[in-house]
Design a protein around this ligand. Structure first.
Ligand code: TEU
Ligand code: CA
Length: 573
């Protein structure tokens, strides 16, 4: 059984991965049909985004029945078959546990609505309004108030979409129900869970206004995020469920998680969670209110990336916590355009960023399609599917008085739909995803960006990912070796080593679209293991082209001395 540190995890967003019954919607049988592809890629686990029954207001993150599979995706038998077929290929499954909220279509919520005395009424946050307004001034993640009206003066808390009602984790029965759901799937043989916004489950008691002196809705950040009882509940969850399943893996999606909280969630002594996503990299260029806050112009620098890297890598060393690293996911536009350059340095930057992500301390994640360099797709407003984008554009316009055509441009630029276009398997019209027009348009560039063509091209992004996966599997130093940064203040190039005992690798990447020269802090000697362009001998002064990236295996000092002697020896062969 591969532990969470040695895992290489592939995120599948099922609606867009592979359609097996030609209804234009991805499904579980489609995933099963691609397991040989995933096994050949070399990944060791799948993070399966939600496949539970859902009205699809948030495409599965609004669950109406935790014990049923979304009919569009298949049946519980299909899920059992997926688990079995994954086991045959030594691929683990992490399912998505969405426990901060349920859909308002869930039976618990419907009972609570129809019967104010129902025991499930306290599963949620029903509160009276205040002065003919919502119970407090909290801004929801998806724009607008965090409250949805039940009747004339009664509201319920909905921190995301109005049909995603927050669960009251202070209610022990809620926790019992969540633990039952977890056990149900763990007993089926899944390995564990990615836990959706799990750091939001402890709301500030009394649900007070945030910054009441300020006008308009206010994002509740520390009133909603990383409350002290998150640790209490995670410890209880670990003790009651996860500890009972040998080798279970738990991953917290800590949206806007702080460094200390992430470290405290994941340090082994705390017996809470194995690993945690942070969002400092994925939020670069976004304003403080998230991806629709355009005030930073969606710009960042290589120094910003280096600062985020330094912060989290050093924290893992100092605090013994553990993070998972990703470049793309289903919640953000695809990363080559954001952190690389799709126009001038598409191949180089895709590979450079992949090398960066795979060489960090922490478990690397691959989001479906990133391994073949899939890119973003400009969609017309009428084609948009993502509630977050549709509602945030309205909020920008109505609340912040941003002209609608500008708000729509921002939405088009950042919408999560960018990352949700169908997986591109072949150069056919719908990318081999389906034989019928899919639920969301397939990127026309599937003509030349697709799995089939990538597999045939030894220089493709796909084969570069396969090399990275193999390197991590074959070199313990790349998994548990210590991170050490050099030339921290260089504006373009990131330089760090990964060292375990006497094995050491040096990573050298130009994170910018301009050529740069670096005089390395140390005189390293080593052999090139991997590059994204052409071989370059490791020297004290290195001149790197835009997005040029190299990985070297360093030679031990005494061997280096020998080598230098040999080089200068007249007997050199
Ligand atoms: O995302 C919550 C979250 O962290 C994102 O909304 C993120 O803050 C934002 O996109 C900025 O990057 C999780 C799921 O991943 C997302 O798909 C759901 O919509 C959301 O929770 C509600 O369940
Ligand atoms: Ca289908």
């Amino acid at each position: 059984m591969i532990d969470f540190k040695h895992a290489i995890i592939y995120q599948i967003w099922p609606r867009s991965f592979k359609d097996s019954n030609q209804d234009g919607i991805g499904d579980i049988q489609g995933i099963i049909s691609k397991l040989d592809y995933l096994q050949d890629l070399g990944i060791t686990a799948i993070w399966l985004s939600p496949i539970y029954a859902s009205p699809n207001d948030d495409y599965g993150y609004d669950i109406s029945d935790y014990y049923a599979v979304q009919p569009e995706y298949g049946t519980m038998q299909d899920l059992d078959e997926l688990i079995l077929e994954c086991k045959k290929r030594n691929i683990d499954i992490l399912m998505d546990l969405v426990a901060n909220h349920t859909s308002t279509e869930h039976a618990w919520f419907k009972d609570a609505l129809h019967n104010p005395n129902s025991p499930t009424r306290d599963f949620y946050f029903f509160r009276e309004g205040k002065n003919n307004k919502e119970p407090n001034n909290w801004l929801s993640f998806f724009g607008g108030s965090s409250w949805t009206k039940e009747s004339d003066n009664s509201y319920y808390l909905t921190s995301f979409a109005p049909t995603q009602a927050d669960l009251n984790w202070d209610n022990e029965q809620v926790r019992e129900e969540i633990y039952k759901i977890m056990e149900f799937y763990l007993k089926k043989g899944i390995r564990g869970f990615r836990m959706d916004v799990i750091n939001c489950i402890d709301k500030k008691p009394g649900l007070p206004d945030k910054n009441p002196h300020k006008k308009g809705y206010q994002f509740p950040d520390d009133y909603l995020l990383n409350g002290p009882k998150v640790h209490t509940y995670l410890k209880e969850m670990h003790e009651r469920v996860l500890s009972k399943f040998d080798g279970s893996i738990s991953l917290a999606e800590g949206c806007l998680v702080t460094l200390d909280d992430a470290m405290n969630y994941t340090k082994p002594a705390n017996k809470e969670i194995d690993m945690c996503f942070h969002f400092d990299l994925s939020m670069l260029g976004y304003g403080e209110l998230g991806k629709f806050d355009f005030r930073k112009g969606y710009r960042h620098t290589a120094s910003d990336i280096k600062a985020v890297t330094r912060k989290w890598q050093n924290a893992m060393i100092e605090q013994n916590g553990y993070i998972a690293n990703f470049l793309s996911n289903h919640d953000n536009k695809r990363h080559i355009e954001r952190f690389g350059d799709v126009k001038l340095y598409y191949l180089e930057s895709a590979k450079a960023l992949a090398l960066y992500n795979f060489m960090l301390m922490g478990t690397p994640f691959i989001y479906q399609g990133e391994e073949i360099g899939m890119t973003n797709l400009k969609l017309d407003y009428a084609e948009w599917k993502d509630y977050e984008a549709i509602n945030s554009v309205k909020t920008l316009n109505t609340m912040l008085h941003v002209p609608l055509f500008i708000a729509k441009k921002i939405g088009q630029f950042v919408t999560r739909d960018n990352a949700r276009t169908p997986m591109q398997w072949t150069n056919e019209q719908h990318g081999g995803f389906s034989s019928t027009s899919p639920w969301l348009k397939c990127n026309p560039n599937t003509k030349y960006i697709n799995v089939a063509d990538s597999q045939k091209d030894p220089q493709s992004i796909y084969h570069f990912y396969k090399k990275l996966i193999t390197l991590r599997k074959e070199n313990e130093a790349l998994v548990t070796g210590q991170f050490k940064e050099y030339n921290a203040d260089h504006k373009n190039i990131i330089c760090f080593t990964r060292t375990l005992n006497d094995e050491s690798f040096l990573v050298l990447i130009n994170l910018t679209k301009v050529a740069a020269t670096i005089t390395l802090d140390e005189s390293f000697i080593g052999e090139e293991i991997l590059h994204n362009g052409s071989y370059k001998e490791l020297r004290k002064v290195m001149k790197l082209a835009p997005f040029e990236a190299h990985l070297y295996k360093l030679t031990k000092e005494e061997k280096a001395a020998e080598k230098v002697a040999l080089h200068s020896s007249p007997y050199r062969t």
